[in-house]
Write a protein that binds this ligand. Structure first.
Ligand code: AMP
Length: 424
């Protein structure tokens, strides 16, 4: 079959790498892809929100499945667009419809969903410009620190952890009355702060049954020791030792089953991935957020641990028979170290030529913000490459990925040398 993968980051490189290994895939197209995805299929010069362009391409190229990498096309309704079109409705889209994508697109929607379905999550209340005074009253009783979350998508920047009441009042005012995060902060969720260790859990579902993919931990801060500004993600590791069988059983019983059953009960169709951001607080799972797609850079550590045919699993989602599919997970550890552009996550250097990828010894290099200019691979995004190593034990995986990241050079290259070492 011919598959169209939408996206251009490290997550999509890892998907493309895995899909290209399947005998069930004849031709893989990646729209728009990057300088690395051409190794696994054919890059298509189409943006992933150009729905009309995607339609024309899918029809002209006998596409039999569309896998959506990033959240934006889902929140904008690509799945609904396919279902509403006579010519496209027979082509399965992996990724939820617009209504369900609000699990990521609206914090208010996802909190209300969790509360209705008994999914453990921090106590919270939502406020608007008209209820600012009630918001102040809530803040006064909420305890510190307190978490303020813009309701809508804010490019990963819409969450503020405030340590004083004055700061919380000021931020709430700016979010609601001065559109600090634009339209995204026209509603704000005020949430109790959760103490603990974070973990990302990934569920694949056809809307009826589900499979739990390998869990991962990601590292969001730019600086070593988890310091400095937030980024899209500087590295990831899978598995995570504190997510042992007993903890994962709690996650399944208290979080995954109520989530999948809740979707069913509420008549919300869902075919795709549910990324559950969890806090492990004294051995109990609390949901911080849902995302309606896989994580980046977690996917780069998750895909190498899946031994089964990934296209067969995707077909299970598409055809509603996921329950019959086999998911085999490797016991090995995957570690991913992300090389970013100098200056990132602020203003960063662009158009720098990358060298040394061929010197990498025992890692996959998943391209993210790269493009080909003639023969040269140029760094054009903030996160440039994800270097992933799969090894028998965690120490070897961390050491190999870190050593291999150091074999790559471009002007301004930066990566964290401490990814995962806190878990040893
Ligand atoms: P989110 O966009 O909801 O994932 O939030 C971004 C980050 O803020 C999370 O990855 C956590 O590190 C932190 N965070 C969000 N909500 C809470 C909470 N209730 N308690 C503690 N930290 C939180």
């Amino acid at each position: 079959m011919n598959i169209l993968l939408l996206g251009s980051g490290g997550r999509e490189s890892a998907f493309a790498w895995k899909i290209s290994q399947s005998p069930k895939c004849d031709n893989l197209f990646i729209a728009p892809g990057n300088a690395g995805t051409g190794q696994y299929g054919t890059n298509v010069n189409l943006h992933f929100t150009d729905f009309d362009g995607i339609k024309a391409f899918a029809l002209a190229n006998d596409i039999k499945m569309v896998l959506v990498g990033p959240e934006e096309p889902l929140v904008k309704g690509i799945h609904d667009f396919f279902l509403a079109d006579e010519q496209l409705k027979g082509i399965p889209v992996i990724g939820p419809q617009q209504h369900a994508a609000q699990l990521e697109g609206s914090k208010d929607f996802s909190k209300a969903f969790m509360q209705r379905n008994g999914v453990p999550t921090a106590a919270s209340q939502t406020f608007t410009r008209d209820t600012l005074q009630e918001g102040f009253a809530y803040l006064a009783t909420a305890g510190l620190p307190v978490v303020l979350k813009a309701d809508g998508l804010a490019a990963g920047k819409g969450v503020l952890i405030c340590t004083t009441l004055e700061e919380a009042q000021l931020e709430l005012t700016e979010m609601l009355t001065e559109a600090k995060f634009g339209e995204a902060s026209s509603k704000v969720v005020i949430e109790q702060f959760l103490q603990g260790i974070e973990l990302s859990v990934f569920v694949m579902t056809d809307g009826n049954s589900y499979k739990v993919l390998p869990e991962a931990k990601d590292y969001k801060r730019i600086g070593e020791g988890d310091t400095g500004l937030n980024t899209g993600g500087m590295g990831s590791v899978s598995p995570v030792h504190f997510a042992d069988a007993a903890f994962m059983q709690k996650v399944e019983e208290k979080v995954i089953i109520p989530t999948v059953e809740g979707l069913k009960k509420e008549g919300i169709p869902y075919k795709g991935f549910i990324f559950i951001g969890l806090m492990n607080t004294n051995g109990e799972p609390w949901v911080i957020e849902y995302n309606c797609r896989m994580g980046d850079p977690e996917t780069e550590s998750v895909m190498p641990r899946i031994e089964s045919d990934f296209v067969d699993l995707l077909l299970g989602v598409a055809e509603g028979n996921l329950i019959e599919k086999e998911l085999i997970i490797s016991n090995k550890t995957a570690a991913t170290v992300v090389c970013v552009a100098g200056g990132y996550p602020g203003e960063y250097l662009k158009d720098k030529t990358i060298s040394g990828i061929e010197n990498v010894r025992d890692s996959h290099v998943f391209h993210a913000g790269t493009t080909l200019v003639g023969e040269d691979i140029k760094a054009v995004g903030g996160r440039v490459l994800a270097v992933t190593s799969l090894q028998d034990n965690m120490f070897d995986a961390l050491q190999q990925a870190t050593a291999d990241a150091a074999r790559i050079y471009y002007d301004g290259v930066y990566f964290r040398k401490d990814i995962g070492f806190d878990l040893l």
